[in-house]
Ligand binder design. Structure first.
Ligand code: 7TS
Length: 404
């Protein structure tokens, strides 16, 4: 069992008052809050070892390089990648997906198909659309049902030898649906397609095992797992990372450069052009250590309790409808109240100190499916409490009264 009060004391921001009220932070789907160990590790890096990496012989550069590579190793262990060089530092999920979609421009041709799910965040739709425009390949959508689950029998039918890439999120940011990715990966491999899993919303809740999943790519952002913004991960199987061309050219990603010809550096540097977010990369390791100390099994069990409690309490409100009622889902509750715009509820409850996201959640196709402009989304983390849910439910009730 988790000692939530002890955990909450690790997060300085949680004691803040917002608009004169105690902050209730339920926008964890957008970004997580940061524990003191992470904030301190950023300061420590800049105070003690700040230097550019992989290039200097001087001591600070060596120390910074070592810390960066130690962090890569921690991430490798965390996701169970086979080799450290299969773990590429990027600026976040969006960067990671763009790097891969761009790489496939040299592989796809007219008539090929990219299968994308109806549940994706825009950052796992638009880069593939751009790729299809460039190559003449076709974007094909795996449909969803009213519960917010992918219709797997349709996925089975859409797969063919034309399918070259399948890209699906592990967990939907707008609805919280946990997708059956192991099944999707295995089926896609039967037709020889590569599979990218967008793990942005999964890594705060579970520990992915990329070898067991056997996915070709797994991507996520540091800022959703208690790390800083501006750093993320692109895991790729060695054979794919060797096959795909680099995304960006520049320093650090080369072996030799002349005006006649440039040869590329080995992995992981081939995909890490330019000076990276060094502090971010190092501190992402600190954030992962912190989460592993709490334990993902504990996190999952507790967040499930919050999900059940929050769902039950919100459904007390007349006219409230939850979008995303999948059998397998994580601690995200997306909802609307009949006759009221989500933005209006969000604005009123912000005055009461409550942070939720309102709108389309960068998943407009999901909103189109339900024919709604957006939802109010409460996304819980392991440092949230049932008391906060009570405060939130009372605030929503109050907003509803004011607006109806
Ligand atoms: N994929 C998913 C599933 C996401 O939830 C997000 C961000 C991204 C990709 C993009 O991540 P980034 O770090 O590169 O921006 N999702 C959200 C959200 O739900 N609210 O704000 C950002």
């Amino acid at each position: 069992m988790l000692d939530i009060q002890k955990i909450r004391a690790d997060f300085p921001i949680l004691t803040q008052k917002v608009n004169g009220k105690q902050l209730v932070y339920f926008d964890n789907g957008a970004t997580s809050q940061k524990p003191k160990v992470v904030i301190d590790a950023i300061t420590k890096y800049y105070e003690e070892i700040n230097a550019n990496i992989h290039r200097g012989v001087h001591t600070l550069s060596q120390l910074a390089t070592d810390a960066y590579e130690v962090s890569r190793g921690k991430i490798q262990n965390h996701i169970n990648a086979k080799f450290p060089y299969e773990v590429i530092f990027t600026s976040g999920t969006t960067h990671s997906i763009n790097a891969i979609a761009n790489g496939f421009a040299s592989i796809l041709k007219v008539g090929d198909e990219v299968l994308v799910s109806a549940l994706e965040h825009h950052s796992n739709i638009v880069p593939w659309q751009m790729l299809c425009e460039k190559t003449g390949a076709k974007l094909v959508v795996i449909p969803m049902n009213d519960e917010g689950e992918l219709i797997i029998s349709e996925f089975d039918k859409l797969l063919s030898d034309k399918t070259k890439v399948v890209t699906v999120n592990h967990i939907s940011n707008a609805l919280g649906t946990l997708n059956p990715i192991k099944y999707i990966i295995d089926k896609a491999h039967e037709v020889g397609a590569a599979v990218l899993i967008d793990g942005a919303q999964a890594v705060p809740h579970l520990k992915p095992d990329v070898q067991e999943l056997d996915c070709d790519f797994y991507v996520f952002s540091g800022h959703k797992i208690c790390g800083p913004t501006g750093v993320g991960i692109l895991y790729g199987k060695e054979e794919w990372l060797r096959k795909l061309p680099p995304y960006q050219g520049g320093g650090e990603m080369i072996a030799t450069v002349s005006f006649e010809k440039t040869t590329y550096a080995d992995l992981p540097h081939k995909f890490e052009a330019g000076t990276p977010n060094i502090a971010g990369g190092i501190v992402l390791g600190t954030a992962i250590d912190y989460l592993n100390e709490i334990g993902f099994e504990n996190i999952q069990a507790y967040e499930h309790e919050l999900l059940e409690y929050g769902t039950k309490r919100l459904l007390e409100i007349e006219g409230l409808k939850i979008f995303g009622t999948a059998k397998e889902k994580t601690s995200v509750i997306s909802f609307n109240i009949e006759g009221i715009h989500p933005y209006d509820i969000g604005t009123i409850i912000d005055k009461l100190g409550i942070a939720v996201r309102t709108g389309h959640h960068c998943a407009q196709p999901i909103m189109d499916f339900y024919q709604i402009p957006g939802t109010i989304r409460a996304s819980f983390a392991f440092y949230n409490t049932k008391e906060e849910i009570d405060t939130f439910v009372e605030a929503v009730k109050k907003a509803k009264m004011m607006l109806s």
